[in-house]
Design a protein around this ligand. Structure first.
Ligand code: NI
Length: 191
């Protein structure tokens, strides 16, 4: 089932999300729906707050980064479910990379983040993993992890860039945006 993706301006995107337990209701179905929703929207990651749930869960499929120019071979098949994750180390130089977000359609901006991270998380079978990531894989995980902390990539831009984007962001909140997937806009007027 395709879920509505919550747009910029919805308070759920600003909550620090909560851990879940193994008896969280219908978790398998939720994860399945999140993948369906992410693929439909052509995203490489989707966090639970983006479908209205303030819980510490996000999914990633970085495979599109294994194709085209600047292809990253390690991205092929990098499909993961992250439950109750903890990034416990971030190292390396900050590097710029153009990010977008399914909750902030049609805006892409360069964001600087550290190149390497270590993360601990449970997968969909509640197996505990520890993983080291770098490059674009670290990047996707850092972006999604920010979502469960209530942080959006636009928070990381310079004050000038943020000022320049203000009008566009306000339009997204109101639903004045062209988008090909199902969204829920916090300030959309009824028609
Ligand atoms: Ni995002």
């Amino acid at each position: 089932m395709i879920l509505s993706i919550v747009a910029y301006g919805d308070p759920v995107l600003r909550k620090k999300a909560e851990d879940i337990s193994e008896d969280y209701p219908k978790l398998d179905k939720l994860i399945e729906n999140m993948f369906e929703t992410m693929y439909e929207a052509r995203g490489v990651g989707l966090a639970a707050p983006q479908v209205g749930l303030p819980i510490r869960l996000f999914i990633v499929d970085a495979t599109p980064f294994a194709e085209g120019e600047d292809a990253e071979p390690a991205a092929e098949g990098f499909k993961r479910v992250f439950i109750n994750p903890i990034i416990f180390e971030e190292t390396g130089e900050e590097w710029p990379f153009e990010e977008g977000c399914l909750s902030i359609p049609n805006i892409r901006e360069e964001v600087k983040r550290k190149s390497n991270l270590k993360i601990e998380y449970y997968d969909e079978n509640w197996e505990l993993y520890e993983e080291e990531l770098d490059g674009v894989l670290a990047r996707v995980v850092q972006h999604e992890y920010d979502h469960i902390e209530g942080v959006l990539f636009t928070d990381k831009l310079s004050p000038l860039r943020r000022t320049l984007l203000k009008g566009k962001l306000a339009d997204i909140t109101k639903g004045n945006v062209d988008v090909a997937y199902k969204m829920k806009f916090p300030k959309q007027k009824r028609r």
